[in-house]
Design a protein around this ligand. Structure first.
Ligand SMILES: [Zn+2]
Length: 228
């Protein structure tokens, strides 16, 4: 059965379903999900790899105190960002540098990170919707549509002023573990009919949905999406 978890802007729902820190039993090992506030999630795969998605930790109002410091993550084997809004890209560049790990993200979000000097090219990987990557043995990540936008605010150290840069299109991710277990992290998105197509095609076991209601679906929209 598909499990649905609300994320963005809804600590109450996420907590009420016991999502944070839960382990999901499955065929050949466990996948552990730890909600770190907003869309930030840490996944421990059945093979012991650590996947971090949309880490808005140091400034996130819902970040557990223990994870305000990104060194608390311990290790990061795979870093995914869905789009460039600050509550999603957050600490990702700093994490990429600290852990010498590659930031995987929408192609046209990653390009300005390189050209602006935020990250060196060797710590980035650009891909796009329906594209997939296999960054770790047995782990596959497929980019899927999200109905949202993406803009990168760069604090230019030369001028001391923030700049707005186009940053491609927002994406969601289907993350397949070594065991075949699949998590769909939707990132930020509005309701769109291809959610049904994506679900039928990729057959995720768990879906992480935004339900903020201002920038994304609200809980009614998300409930509709979960039924379809
Ligand atoms: Zn957003």
């Amino acid at each position: 059965m598909k499990r649905i978890a609300g994320l963005l802007g809804s600590l109450a729902l996420a907590a009420s379903i016991g999502f944070s820190g839960s382990a999901l039993a499955q065929g050949s090992g466990k996948t552990e999900l730890l909600w770190l506030g907003q869309a930030s999630v840490r996944i421990k795969t059945p093979g012991g790899k650590i996947i971090v998605i949309d880490p808005w930790l140091s400034a996130g109002p819902k970040t557990p105190a223990a994870y305000k410091d990104i060194s608390a993550l311990g290790k990061v084997d795979l870093l995914l960002v869905t789009h460039a809004h600050v509550d999603h890209i957050g600490d990702a560049p700093a994490i990429a540098k600290m852990y010498n790990t590659v930031l995987y993200g929408p192609a046209d979000m990653v390009t300005p990170l390189i050209t602006l000097g935020v990250l060196p090219a060797n710590l980035t990987h650009r891909f796009n919707k329906s594209g997939h990557v296999t960054p770790l043995p047995g782990i596959k990540v497929t980019a899927v549509k999200a109905e949202h936008s993406s803009l990168y605010v760069f604090n230019n150290p030369a001028t001391g002023k923030p700049e707005s840069h186009p940053a491609g299109e927002a994406m969601g991710y289907i993350i397949q573990m070594e065991s075949g277990f699949k998590i769909w992290h939707m990132g930020d998105t509005g309701l769109f009919p291809d959610m049904q197509f994506i679900s039928e095609h990729y057959k995720p076991d768990v879906v992480l949905m935004p339900i903020g209601g201002n920038f994304t679906m609200d809980h009614d929209d998300a409930a509709f999406a979960a039924r379809t």
